[in-house]
Ligand binder design. Structure first.
Ligand code: C5P
Length: 406
């Protein structure tokens, strides 16, 4: 997603400078051309040589040593940049940027910028909460600057609270989507993901092999397309994409409640029902663990089952229904898979259905999808689940737009 994009990374002076090293590595690995600019204070924390080695280019530290190749670094660096990232961003650089102060290379670059800019703040909690810092953030946001974080937690100074730099992996995740087409700007998107877990007793339960990766990737792709995303997730080992609201649930019943709560809070435009929801749950769950008894049949043989609510069908039947996208993971393939998927779309009442071969998708990092709708039949893959998610989200955004056209 960042291949050949030219990013100027402005590193300002705080203990979080060491995290910016990981970010440079990730950006370079993602194919970006990275030029690093450091302030004098940043260079006190980590030697410029580290950034030079990681980025593969000399680090710019000052306006003054004008070589023949770059007589005016603040103009030349800006001319070549697709994006400026200030990471970590101190209270000082926020103040200077908000007021157009240009008294070193970093601040002069920002003052003379043409490309979009992203700030990744990192500072003490009291500094972050100060009215001056908050005012400066508002001024910068109004001028179109984007912010990633800060996060909350333990700080190097011993304080706890907002101001920690967002972890570099999460910053990278956000930047990866920066150049994605904003086809869902201003839209609200709801995604279910992962397996559900139905308790059999206090220590055992029924679940499935869904890893949640496809649903999380859909949430990430929708976020990158500019949507405000709520992700209702069953138990997974995944970290929610930065900037996505996560609601964690266990059972199908809880998942339906969380989906209905999210819809009641505010209507949403698009619903992706990516979760692998259990069809059945035990009638009742004993308070104590079921015991194995010598010579007796399994106590689970006596379990009676109740059908779970169908979340996709329930949402698709609402008057204020969002544009609904279901998933059909089957162990069939070819024409059988298509027929099953078409029948499922009709049964669930959703707008689109994404058909895939469960054996090739569940708990795997790759997927191959076929999107079916009334006049839609589009295939993609095999490809990694992020690429599939971008395709699915893009197709759904286009179909939604078509449906809204008079
Ligand atoms: O019927 P089946 O489980 O194969 O349907 C798959 C689609 O229906 C998926 O989009 C899944 O999220 C959704 N579903 C649901 N609630 C259920 C069962 C499935 O939303 N109880």
């Amino acid at each position: 997603m960042l291949k050949d994009h030219r990013i100027v990374l402005i590193v300002t002076g705080g203990i979080a400078v060491y995290k910016a090293c990981t970010l440079v590595r990730g950006l370079v690995k993602a194919g970006a051309q990275v030029r690093v600019v450091m302030t004098e204070h940043a260079a006190q924390f980590v030697a410029p040589l580290t950034f030079e080695t990681l980025s593969g280019h000399p680090v710019a530290l000052t306006e003054w040593p004008r070589g023949p190749e770059s007589p005016m670094p603040h103009i030349d660096l800006n001319r070549d940049a697709d994006l400026l990232v200030v990471c970590p961003a101190t209270a000082n650089i926020l103040a200077k940027a908000a007021h157009g102060i240009a008294d070193d290379l970093a601040s002069t670059l920002i003052a003379a910028r043409r490309a979009p800019i992203v700030f990744v703040p990192a500072m003490n909690v009291h500094m972050w909460r100060s009215s001056a810092a908050q005012r400066n953030v508002e001024v910068l946001k109004e001028a179109g600057a984007r912010f990633i974080g800060p996060a909350e937690g333990f700080q190097a100074c011993g304080d706890v609270g907002a101001g920690r730099m967002t972890e570099p992996e999460a910053v990278l995740d956000r930047l990866m989507g920066f150049f994605a087409p904003k086809t869902l700007e201003g839209r609200r998107v709801l995604v279910t993901a992962g397996p559900t877990y139905e308790a059999l007793d206090p220590v055992r339960g029924i679940t499935n092999r869904s890893s949640g990766r496809q649903g999380y990737a859909v949430a990430r792709a929708a976020r990158d397309a500019g949507a405000e995303v709520t992700l209702v997730s069953g138990p997974t080992a995944l970290r929610a994409p930065e900037g996505v609201r996560l609601v964690s649930v266990e059972s199908a019943g809880e998942m339906l409640r969380a989906v209905e709560d999210a819809l009641a809070e505010a209507p949403c435009d698009l619903f992706f029902s990516t979760a692998a929801v259990a069809d059945w749950r035990p009638d009742s769950v004993p308070v104590l663990k079921m015991k194995k008894r010598e010579g007796e049949p399994s106590p689970f043989e006596a379990v009676r089952w109740t059908e779970n609510p169908d979340i996709l069908r329930t949402v698709s039947a609402r008057k204020d229904r969002p544009y609904a996208v279901g998933f059909a993971a089957e162990t069939a393939s070819g024409a059988d898979l298509l027929e099953l998927a078409r029948a499922k779309r009709a049964r669930k009442g959703c707008d689109l259905i994404v058909a895939n071969d469960a054996r090739r998708a569940l708990d795997r990092s790759e997927n191959a999808v076929r999107i079916l709708g009334e006049d839609v039949d589009r295939s993609f893959g095999p490809a990694d689940k992020d690429a599939c998610a971008r395709f699915i989200v893009e197709a759904a955004a286009q179909e939604l737009k078509k449906k809204e056209m008079p």
